[in-house]
Unconditional design. Structure first.
Length: 199
């Protein structure tokens, strides 16, 4: 106890002061500086993650706005087509009869098919018809593409045939057209049946 009761020398006081400063510095570093640095680093990481998320959301919003503008444009221009629910075969048959009318034609129906995991149904039809002139060919194809249903015309082959006509006209041309028609339907609001492949 006598050691504590005596006065400290200047050297000892300086040494204690240095130790006290070191202790205060260590406490400050461990309990103030280090947690603040960790919090700032964590905040910077969160900020970077949020900036990435905001950029992704802005890109998504831009895509949605672009899609909405395209839909609005299609709707305004009158090119918007419905995708009827499956099974729309009666309406497709009615359309075929209405468009082809008195033209000579041959139609081959394929089973409607559905892509795996999709609600979209494709009804493929192979069509051959004969038209008296090229304008009729254009009108028939335009009526299919301009119908109320989504229809994709593909593999169009047109062959001009010469045939005998009246004595005044000599020869006439007729056109034979081979093409495929794909009508699109959806299972939304419809139900799959035995006529649908790829269920």
């Amino acid at each position: 106890m006598k050691i504590l009761s005596r006065d400290f020398s200047i050297k000892e006081k300086l040494l204690m002061l240095v130790l006290l400063l070191l202790l205060v510095g260590l406490v400050y570093y461990q309990f103030v500086h280090k947690p603040v640095e960790e919090s700032l680093a964590k905040a910077a990481n969160e900020k970077a993650a949020l900036e990435v998320e905001v950029t992704a959301l802005e890109t998504k919003v831009a895509q949605l706005e672009k899609m909405k503008a395209e839909i609005d444009d299609v709707t305004k221009n009158g090119t918007f087509k419905i995708m009827p629910s499956y099974n729309n075969s009666k309406q497709v048959n009615t359309l075929l009869n209405d468009v082809l009318g008195s033209l000579g034609y041959s139609i081959t129906f394929s089973n409607a098919s559905r892509a795996e995991g999709s609600n979209q149904v494709r009804r493929n039809i192979s069509l051959q018809f004969t038209a008296p002139d090229y304008e009729t060919v254009e009108k028939v194809l335009a009526r299919f593409s301009g119908s109320d249903f989504r229809c994709l015309i593909g593999d169009v082959r047109v062959a001009a045939n010469t045939r005998s006509g009246s004595a005044a006209s000599g020869t006439e041309r007729a056109y034979t057209v081979n093409c495929t028609l794909t009508f699109f339907e959806t299972l939304v609001g419809g139900a799959a049946d035995d006529g649908l492949s790829g269920k």
